[in-house]
Design a protein around this ligand. Structure first.
Ligand code: SF4
Length: 472
């Protein structure tokens, strides 16, 4: 028995509709008449999941004849791919929408679309439709495949188009993607989340957890490898529970073994691991799969058992520490990074000191640190004893005073050592890449090396990056 309650749709959504064909034809006509293609510009907010959704949006637009521009002033279509995780990201979207209103005034033919997590919330959609009435298209995280149809309605039928589905029982395969990098790629393995951490909106906006079929994932990664991709990052809100609701019995560890066999792929990363589902089998798989990077991002969020309980994280401080011990015993060189939230409702000074103690005990290689941000509709937003901003900020600063010296010390351990680095970008003959432990390294070299894995000796370290020199 499985609790699989969805179907997989594997259709080529680019060609199955008259509207899409007509939109393509219109865009071709535009090209012939104007001597240029219509341009789109995507503003992406939030996590890697959103970054990858933007690659799908870009793929959909390319397939109907648009081309990308970095300059929003040149764009015929501006898309906001929004994030709802923190209030800050939400406010930035509203601020930027205000700016784009001016652009649209100068160029009335420009289409403006808003999508992503914010649009999954009815009250925010209504706010956008009311306050930013110039927005032409609204779609959600489950309706990216409908974008050409929505553009058709806005552009050809001249009507505001809204495409929202609260949750979906389908996974849409074969969506075209326009990848940002040739040498590395993001690959969804699950969508949605079942965990309902009390501070988090994801289960409400991205729906319940759904795993892709392993064959579809393997097929996608093989195609990426054939296209020159060397590194894949497997994406899911909780990759560790991958496969739980599939008919075929397959775990995340099983999937890693299969991906490890794909020729051409040299590095496998994954994001994010929930500590409650990190199994011994998975640790063994990381150890036995030579291509899996020695890096685990394992969000701890807090050090106090009482706060963890109220966050509904379903593990204790002791359990987390035992996982760290197991990981380091089996994989002595593993890098462990984390997420920490400061100022969760009801967090006492003693609770906060437990977080500090956790940081000192684990000695994280790096951490993303956040001030708790109240999100409407979550259980934590209704909790009493919200922490005043000044207390949150002071605790946040105190956390960094402990965390950053540890991160720097960990980086110092790399001095003089040689690491394979996948070169990702180049600027003025300065290359930037990452070690398998996810450390950022800058070094001099030729732009031809972008996409290659080169050996770099570390010569200098800072808290957030290292510098080095390529070995001949
Ligand atoms: S595991 Fe928790 S924090 Fe992560 S997406 Fe799911 S509910 Fe949100």
């Amino acid at each position: 028995m499985t609790d699989k309650n969805y179907e997989i749709i594997s259709e080529d959504i680019r060609t199955d509709s008259d509207k899409i064909i007509e939109l393509k034809n219109c865009n071709e006509q535009f090209f012939i008449m104007e001597g240029r293609r219509k341009k789109y510009h995507i503003l992406t907010y939030g996590c890697q999941m959103n970054e990858h959704d933007s690659e799908k949006i870009a793929g959909m637009l390319t397939s109907v004849g648009y081309e990308e521009t970095d300059d929003e002033k040149q764009a015929d279509l501006v898309i906001f791919n929004t994030c709802l995780i923190r209030e800050n990201a939400e406010l930035r979207v509203f601020g930027k929408l205000g700016e784009v209103k001016g652009l649209k005034r100068n160029n009335p033919h420009m289409l403006v679309a808003v999508c992503g997590c914010m649009m999954q919330r009815q009250e925010i959609r209504e706010k956008v439709l009311k306050k930013f009435s110039f927005v032409d298209i609204i779609f959600g995280t489950n309706t990216i495949h409908e974008l050409p149809m929505l553009i058709y309605d806005a552009e050809i039928n001249k009507r505001k188009s809204v495409g929202i589905v609260d949750d979906t029982k389908s996974i849409y395969e074969n969506m075209p993607k326009r990848r940002k990098f040739k040498h590395k790629a993001l690959v969804n393995i699950t969508y949605g989340c079942d965990n309902f951490c009390t501070y988090c909106v994801v289960p409400y906006v991205r729906g319940r957890e759904k795993s892709r079929e392993p064959d579809d994932i393997i097929r996608e990664i093989k195609a990426l490898a054939e296209d020159g991709c060397k590194e894949v990052t497997l994406l899911g809100q909780n990759v560790n529970s991958y496969g739980r609701n599939l008919d075929k019995k397959v775990t995340f560890a099983d999937l890693l073994y299969q991906i490890n066999k794909i020729d051409g792929i040299e590095r496998i990363r994954f994001m994010t691991s929930h500590p409650k589902d990190l199994t011994d089998d998975l640790i063994t798989a990381i150890k036995e799969c030579g291509k899996v990077c020695r890096h685990v991002h394992l969000p701890v969020q807090a050090g106090s058992n009482e706060v963890l309980r109220r966050m509904n994280r379903k593990y204790t401080k002791e359990h987390y520490l035992s996982l760290v011990e197991k990981l380091r015993k089996d994989l002595p060189d593993i890098a462990i990074t984390t997420d920490i939230i400061v100022g969760f409702p009801g967090e006492t000074e003693e609770d906060f000191l437990e977080t500090i103690d956790m940081v000192k005990k684990v000695r994280f290689d790096s951490a993303f640190t956040f001030l708790y941000s109240m999100r409407e509709g979550t259980a934590a937003a209704k909790m009493e004893n919200q922490i005043p901003d000044d207390v949150k900020h002071k605790r946040f600063d105190r956390l960094l005073e402990v965390l950053y010296p540890i991160v720097l010390e960990k980086n110092k351990e790399c001095l003089g050592k040689v690491f394979p680095v996948l070169v990702e970008t180049v600027e003025n003959n300065r290359l930037t890449g990452r070690t398998e432990h996810f450390r950022l390294v800058h070094f001099k070299g030729s732009r031809d090396l972008v996409g290659e894995i080169v050996n770099v000796r570390i010569t200098k370290v800072k808290t957030f990056h290292m510098e080095g020199e390529i070995l001949e």
